[in-house]
Write a protein that binds this ligand. Structure first.
Ligand code: FES
Length: 102
């Protein structure tokens, strides 16, 4: 386990997402219904910024053309196809951390 801090808890507001960059990778963090999620940050359709999308019922909807992804798995919600990498994320001591080795 090698959790790395990627944001402060304060930076991630309920019902919203933020984008972080870690070693060249764009990652979207979300706080939805009290839980924190982390997925690849760019939509698989045309690269829309998922951190600016709409959260609803366990999914994130891309702000550009509306593709939806499951927050836990990164799967496309319409096809169940695996699309976005989900990261192992935790929140502890006011920090949001990802285990990039998981
Ligand atoms: S870029 Fe995300 S749906 Fe088109």
């Amino acid at each position: 386990m090698a959790f790395q801090e990627v944001a402060t808890s304060q930076a991630l507001v309920e019902g919203q997402g933020i984008e972080v960059v870690w070693q060249g990778n764009i990652i979207a963090l979300f706080r939805h219904s009290g839980a924190v999620y982390a997925l690849d940050g760019l939509c698989m359709h045309q690269g829309g910024p998922l951190a600016k999308g709409k959260l609803a019922e366990g999914t994130i909807q891309c702000p550009w053309h509306g593709w939806k992804y499951d927050l836990k798995t990164g799967n496309n919600s319409a096809t169940c196809q695996s699309m976005l990498k989900p990261y192992c994320v935790r929140e502890q001591d006011g920090k949001i951390e990802i285990d990039f080795d998981a």
